[in-house]
Ligand binder design. Structure first.
Ligand code: FES
Length: 198
């Protein structure tokens, strides 16, 4: 009888502890979610050799493509003012965003974040900042180079530059090779400092 009683108490204690553990785990998971919401992880891009993203004609046809760049993918989108290149890492929880040509929007599948393909700004949803720009350049069949390296990647093309982009020319994500890998590393470092300061 005493054994049954003590077994009953032990069982009850065990169940109580199990309950406390379950509640504790749920609270910890909730706290983790809240912390992650306010301080989301950042997946930083890494320096990369230039990556081809297709010809101007290809981009005009598809509207945009995703290509590997460094550790994470990059988006290359054809807009009315030439190509725009972004890191495909969402600025909210670092999910990978995609360009949807049918609605002409960049969409993050995780929490319905919408970005404008023209300049990467947030249209709706929880992302706290625009998509990060990446450098790009155009190489024409005759060797013409039009580039937007580093932070200049947000400067629009002039009419003359836009006209120089022939359909057969190729678009690359990155910095033109003649500027060398040192330029890539310096740009990458500069970008890290800029983000750290802002
Ligand atoms: S990760 Fe939340 S909207 Fe992209």
């Amino acid at each position: 009888m005493a054994d049954e009683k003590s077994q009953g108490i032990t069982r009850r204690n065990f169940l109580e502890r199990l309950g406390i553990l379950a509640v504790g785990s749920s609270l910890a998971a909730m706290a983790g979610g809240i912390i992650a919401y306010f301080w989301p992880p950042k997946l930083e891009e890494t320096p990369s050799e230039p990556v081809p993203a297709g010809t101007v004609a290809d981009l005009k046809r598809s509207g945009g493509v995703t290509v590997p760049y460094g550790r994470y993918p990059a988006l290359v989108i054809w807009t009315g003012r030439g190509p725009m290149t972004y890191s495909a890492v969402c600025t909210h929880f670092a999910c990978i965003v995609k360009y949807h040509a049918d609605v002409d929007k960049i969409i993050c599948p995780c929490h319905d974040g919408y970005f404008d393909p023209e300049d990467g700004h947030v249209i709706s949803g929880p992302p706290p900042e625009p998509l990060h720009r990446l450098p790009w350049y155009y190489q024409g069949p005759d060797g013409t180079i039009v580039s937007r390296p580093g932070t200049e990647s947000d400067q629009p093309l002039s009419d003359d530059e836009l006209e120089a982009l022939e359909d057969e020319g190729e678009i690359f994500v990155g910095i033109p090779p003649e500027e060398g890998s040192d330029a890539n590393a310096i740009r990458w470092l500069g970008e890290r400092v800029r983000r750290w300061l802002t």
